[in-house]
Write a new protein. Sequence first.
Length: 54
Amino acid sequence: MYKYSVSILGTGFIGLCSAAFFAQKDIKVLASTHNTKKAAIINEGIAPFYEENL
């Protein structure tokens, strides 16, 4: 069970990196984007841009 949960609006460079950081710290994350193609890529576990160690 998660102790905390957080919502992220936007999955650009800052939003997605922040979401990954929180998830790594065992925080439940809900990330929202209006771009359905990007959401599908993220849900497959693939980052839609290159960020080292993401």
